[in-house]
Design a protein around this ligand. Structure first.
Ligand code: URA
Ligand code: SF4
Length: 216
């Protein structure tokens, strides 16, 4: 049985993102640190108005140590650009900070495995600490893991995407929240379906940018 005591004991109080990132390197709040290469912490300016949350780092992110720098990141970059958003002004992170995978028997390739609710809950203190440090105007969840980490397990991206909600940040106040799909869900499609899904994803990001006045 996996033990997931949670990240809380590793999270420094009232720290900026640089100190949080450093502290997260040694987190053992759940079992995922054992097999992964390194912690992949959030990245972006501390004064970002827009804050994006993915699921967990993928194979490329695990090796490079930065979020959304693999195939899903390329699609995200394209959609942000088409939405008129400069990624360098956005804080980008994940609900879970270590890569979870299983090895393909024949090729030995590391295949993404969805984090459990227990792992997402264990890692939540890091996400909360990032939100307290950045205090964005709007958080956009990319996919169900991120949305449910912040809004609870009743949240359904399929029916609630694109709507704006209130998100309580404790002593850091509140901000707005919106969910859309995960870029990997777009990558998996092909042909017209992919084009449509990408257009909808881009439209959601454009709406997010408009909400924070980030589009140019
Ligand atoms: N998928 C995610 O959710 N996050 C990443 O950083 C990369 C792929
Ligand atoms: Fe800590 Fe999160 Fe990594 Fe688990 S996934 S070890 S809680 S940083």
């Amino acid at each position: 049985m996996a033990r997931h005591p949670g990240a809380q004991a590793w999270v420094p109080e009232s720290a900026g993102t640089a100190r949080l990132r450093e502290a997260a390197r040694s987190c053992e709040g759940c079992d995922l640190y054992r097999e992964a290469t390194q912690t992949v912490f959030g990245d972006g300016p501390e004064d970002a108005r827009l804050f994006l949350v993915g699921e967990q780092p993928g194979d490329v992110e695990d090796r490079e140590g930065e979020p959304f720098v693999g195939p899903a990141g390329r699609l995200l970059d394209q959609a942000l650009e088409d939405a008129g958003v400069d990624r360098s002004g956005v804080y980008v992170t994940n609900a879970v900070k270590h890569f979870k995978f299983e090895r393909a028997e024949e090729t030995g390739r590391r295949l993404h495995k969805k984090p459990t609710r227990g792992e997402t809950v264990a890692c939540h203190p890091w996400l909360q600490a990032e939100l307290r440090a950045v205090r964005p105007d709007l958080v956009v969840a990319l996919g169900a893991t991120a949305a449910q980490s912040l809004m609870g397990t009743d949240f359904r991206v399929s029916t609630q995407r694109g709507r704006v909600y209130d998100l309580e940040l404790g002593e850091a106040g509140r901000c707005e929240f919106m969910a859309t799909v995960h870029p990997s869900a777009v990558i998996r499609l092909s042909g017209d379906e992919r084009d449509e899904a990408l257009a909808r994803f881009t439209a959601d990001l454009r709406k997010a940018a408009d909400l924070v006045g980030a589009a140019h």
